[in-house]
Design a protein around this ligand. Structure first.
Ligand SMILES: Cc1ncc(COP(=O)(O)O)c(C=O)c1O
Length: 395
């Protein structure tokens, strides 16, 4: 067996199930604010494109995807991130959701067995850690906490750390905090990555769910371009239709950037065998071609953030994130205690922040927070906020 299998951690939702097993529940319906699964409507024209192309199931899709899909993605990147024209033949590859791609990239491009050769933020999306562990690498964790504006402070990496680091994961906008890495910090990472030949892997799956319509988050390719790294050397970005277009079941995303790395990844994927089904590609073209539904989607999240934070502000230190769909407030009691008691009094489920991070030197930077996903309908989300508020007011 791959020795990394023995080092994998239980998923946060498994830990939550264990934490809350046997808890007495009130006679109220369960409201889960735990899983980041979008519940807004997917765009109708995308579903139509999916159904209209269903007969494509009779054909094998290719790893590289259709030219039309790669061209549409390239146009989208250039328009959204103000880059020069992206080469659809060499700088873009479809992935079946960012999760699959983020996992596979480490298997393809990291030397197994080198401790510290993968660097990840802490707390993190657990796939980064699992990808490193199954590549037989003990990842180096960079804390993100209040003091660092909830962004991993990669400036704490020494030259030796950089020298060991083959792949550095960044998540911008971040899960869980929604914080966006500023362009100057991305420039710093690009400078270091070029100096030490490190691959930057930027998970940007929340990039389209920003709160302020006037301030779309900057992306790594955009920063590479403004830095002068116009070939995107050592830079890869991962994007997804799951959050942007409410299509988590389509399993559709892409990786874009450094053509040499994309070529290697394509070779890996040929054997991995994960081509995107053709009808999903047609649906994806329809989704990447339209921004109207994304503007509407952002408006729905904005309305929920406004209404929920207004209700919760008197009882919890909630602040609206720059992007994403999570609230990440501090808790008045330890996060696991808070989550269990909240469930037992209100039947509202939230994720303890410590389950999203790891303790390093006895400090877990996720501890003392909860993650609340505002993915459900406005009515249900407000019902959850009201229950939390009344429970906390009762003390
Ligand atoms: C930070 C982050 N990256 C990646 C993903 C995976 O998204 P998908 O595979 O649906 O694109 C998620 C899903 O919740 C996430 O939170």
């Amino acid at each position: 067996m791959n020795p990394g299998m023995n080092t994998l951690h239980p998923y946060p939702f498994e830990k939550l199930a264990e934490l809350t097993a046997g808890v007495d529940l009130p006679a109220l319906s369960r409201i889960p604010l735990t899983i980041g699964e979008p519940k807004h409507q997917p765009p109708a024209h995308v579903l139509e494109a999916l159904v209209a192309s269903i007969e494509e199931l009779a054909k094998y899709p290719t790893i590289i995807g259709t030219a039309e899909l790669r061209e549409q993605i390239s146009r989208w990147i250039a328009a959204r991130f103000k880059t020069h024209a992206i080469d659809p033949a060499s700088e873009v590859l479809p992935v079946n959701g960012t999760r699959e791609g983020l996992f596979a990239i480490a298997q393809a491009l990291v030397t197994p067995g080198n401790a510290g050769s993968v660097v990840i933020p802490n707390p993190f999306y657990q796939i980064y850690e699992g990808a490193a562990l199954l590549a037989n690498v003990d990842p180096l964790l960079i804390p993100a906490n209040e003091d660092t504006g909830h962004l991993a402070d990669y400036r704490m990496l020494t030259n030796d750390d950089w020298q060991r680091c083959e792949m550095l994961f960044l998540c911008t906008p971040g899960n869980p905090s929604g914080a966006v890495i500023p362009e100057t910090d991305l420039h710093y990472l690009i400078e270091k990555a070029l100096e030490h030949d490190t691959i930057l892997v930027s998970d940007e799956c929340y990039s389209e769910l920003y709160y302020d319509e006037e301030r779309p988050p900057v992306g790594l390719l955009q920063a590479a371009e403004s830095y002068g790294n116009t070939a995107f050397k050592n830079c890869l970005v991962f994007h997804s239709l799951s959050k942007r277009s409410n299509l988590p079941g389509l399993r559709s995303g892409f990786v874009a950037g450094d053509a040499n790395l994309i070529a290697q990844f394509k070779r890996y994927r040929t054997y991995h065998g994960c081509a995107m089904p053709l009808h999903h590609q047609f649906a994806s073209i329809a989704a990447w071609s339209d921004e109207e539904h994304v503007v509407e989607n952002r408006a729905l999240y904005r309305a929920k953030f406004d209404a929920v934070t207004e209700r919760l502000a008197p009882v919890l230190p909630v602040s609206i994130p720059e992007a994403g769909f999570y609230l990440w407030p501090k808790t008045p009691t330890p996060d696991t205690v808070f989550a269990r008691e909240l469930l037992s009094h209100t039947n509202v489920a939230v994720l303890p922040g410590s389950f999203l991070g790891r303790s390093v030197n006895d400090v877990n930077p996720g501890a003392g927070h909860i993650r609340m996903a505002l993915v459900a309908t406005m009515t249900e989300t407000l019902e959850a906020a009201d229950r939390i508020r009344h429970w906390l007011e009762r003390g």
